[in-house]
Ligand binder design. Structure first.
Ligand SMILES: C[S@@+](CC[C@H](N)C(=O)[O-])C[C@H]1O[C@@H](n2cnc3c(N)ncnc32)[C@H](O)[C@@H]1O
Length: 257
């Protein structure tokens, strides 16, 4: 927690808004997507999806293959508590929605479905796109798969298993978007980054969640930024965005959402 506070103070000092961003690609992303104030009709569906989870008292047995919850080590947990502590916030879900819509992602991959809050938002953001989400806990995966269907999401599929076992079996040659949102530790994050690099094309977007969760995650983020294939990064504190566009000069931005 101390690490997060220290890093947040540093973030506040160095972060900016769109002013001073000279890259047209990043300027447009910030002004037209990050700061887009339009009230999309689909936001109601995003709100309703999370609201229903926050009211759900059903208990579920968790198998956590990652770093687990910061809040509890109990492996029987109520849906509402998982939604509150490990699911994407409404602000993040709406940002993911706008991002999928802005870039029109045709193929998205998510590591860490949990209750599908982010899966739902990405799938809604571009309904003609397809989302594959990987979840290691079979009970959560079964619950979320059914729940997404009940919310009329037909363009998302959940694959069950450990990321390191499922990723090598993915048939898609490339992905437009990959959200890294599970197993938040340095070694695992760098491993997933390395094994998914062959799946990029020039316009692929990676997002790493919780880049300041721990010292190790921040170290992983710094290593990723230095990778020769990485051109532009945008640090928004919770999310680290990575772009590989060969036409860009290597540059790192820090933007307040
Ligand atoms: C932070 S939650 C994902 C939240 C979700 N993206 C959302 O916004 O609603 C992380 C999920 O990743 C899963 N997970 C962690 N490590 C994993 C691994 N090695 N393989 C498969 N799933 C894993 C956990 O079971 C957990 O449900």
């Amino acid at each position: 927690m101390l690490h997060q506070i220290k890093e947040y103070l540093k973030f506040l000092k160095r972060s900016t808004n769109q002013h001073g961003v000279h890259s047209p690609f990043v300027y447009n992303l910030v002004t037209q997507c990050f700061y887009n104030k339009k009230k999309h009709a689909d936001y109601t569906l995003i709100n309703n999806y999370k609201k229903a989870l926050l009211k759900n008292k059903m208990a579920i047995e968790i198998t956590d293959l990652g770093t687990g919850s910061m809040y509890t080590k109990n492996n029987i947990r109520a849906i509402h508590s998982i939604a509150k502590n490990s699911g994407a916030s409404l602000k993040r879900a709406k940002l993911l929605y706008r991002l999928a819509n802005y870039f029109q992602f045709k193929t998205s991959l998510e590591l860490g479905t949990s209750l599908g809050i982010s899966t739902h938002a990405i799938a809604l953001g571009h309904k003609k796109g397809n989302v594959i989400s990987i979840e290691g806990c079979p009970k959560i995966a079964a619950f979320s798969s059914k729940n997404l269907m009940n919310h009329n999401i037909t363009n998302a599929e959940i694959l069950v298993g450990d990321f390191s076992k499922v990723i090598p079996k993915l048939a898609q040659p490339t992905f437009d978007f990959i959200l890294f949102d599970g197993n938040h530790n340095k070694t695992a994050t760098l491993t997933y980054f390395d094994i998914l690099l062959p799946k990029i094309h020039n316009n692929t977007v990676f997002i790493f969640d919780d880049i300041y969760w721990s010292k190790g995650m921040t170290e992983a983020w710094e290593i990723i930024k230095q990778h020769p294939k990485v051109k532009v990064t945008v640090d928004t504190f919770q999310y680290g965005f990575v772009f590989f566009r060969k036409e860009q000069v290597k540059e790192h931005f820090t933007i307040r959402l």
